[in-house]
Design a protein around this ligand. Structure first.
Ligand SMILES: Nc1ncnc2c1ncn2[C@@H]1O[C@H](COP(=O)(O)OP(=O)(O)O)[C@@H](O)[C@H]1O
Ligand SMILES: [Mg+2]
Length: 242
């Protein structure tokens, strides 16, 4: 098992957001996470990363054999976790090329990835400063791939990205995930990314609870046709959540 989230409840600013969440990701597996706005998806990813303010009040999180809840973010990154933010931070005074060089000693890979993600001319700019929404997402994916994590956490990678660039990002991501043992947890609203990656498992989060598990494309079609309201009243829930 790559990641195990066991009965995890999380408080943010004194508010209970995640309520007994269970989920797991096997080594080499790509899991897609769906759910309406405000259901707690980003909170789950930030909790797995160990960001300040995301307080695990019960349950445990395991990465491989190691219990990681309680470890600082840097330790989790060393163990192979990498996050692509929903809203990437801007970093004044640090060039994209500088961080790229720090993340990877492989100049060939930096060149190849910056070209594939159309970021060659961004390397000399401050990270994400003045980048368009799509450029920021490509820059995040670029940095993540150079970091070479075993488990990628992607928070709406295609939001704000045009269709052509979703295709570019989707192919880069798929190539990376085909490497031995790479796993990912991907949040998507649009479902576009599903056309590029081989994801066999999807789950739906509603009101801070893991609602059901199934095939990502089937879940997505159901949500698109019937909306999350119907999802909430779904009879299959008790069965599929197991
Ligand atoms: N720092 C915070 N302080 C207070 N509430 C927060 C904070 N971060 C998230 N929340 C709340 O937690 C809930 C879940 O948010 P989030 O995980 O971002 O949802 P999603 O990613 O599914 O849209 C929301 O109601 C949001 O307002
Ligand atoms: Mg979110």
């Amino acid at each position: 098992m790559m990641l195990e989230v066991k009965n995890v409840s999380v408080e943010v600013s004194g508010r209970l957001i995640l309520q007994g969440v269970d989920m797991h990701i096997r080594k080499g597996e790509v899991v897609v996470l769906f759910g309406p706005n405000g259901s707690g998806k980003s909170t789950l990813l930030k909790t797995i990363m160990g960001f300040e303010g995301y307080k695990v009040i019960s349950g445990e999180i395991l990465l491989g054999e190691t219990r990681i809840d309680g470890l600082p973010v840097e330790e989790r990154v060393k163990l192979g976790l990498g996050l692509m933010y929903q809203h990437p931070p801007q970093v004044r005074g640090v060039k994209l090329a500088q961080i790229a060089g720090r993340l990877s000693g492989n100049a060939g890979l930096i060149k190849e990835m910056s070209e594939r993600l159309s970021l060659s001319s961004h390397l000399s700019r401050d990270i994400n400063m003045g980048f368009s929404g799509g450029e920021m997402k490509r820059s995040e994916l670029f940095q993540l791939i150079l970091q070479d994590p075993g488990l990628l956490l992607l928070d709406e990678p295609e939001s704000g990205v045009d269709l052509e660039n979703i295709s570019v990002m989707g192919k880069v991501l798929d190539g990376y995930l085909k490497e031995e043992g790479k796993s990912a947890l991907i949040i998507t609203h649009t479902g576009y990314i599903l056309d590029y990656i081989n994801a066999r498992k999807g789950c739906v989060m509603i009101d801070g609870k893991m609602w059901c598990v199934g095939r990502p494309k089937e879940i997505f079609e159901n949500i698109r046709e019937r909306g999350y309201d119907k999802c909430m009243g779904c009879d299959d829930r008790a069965q599929s959540a197991r």
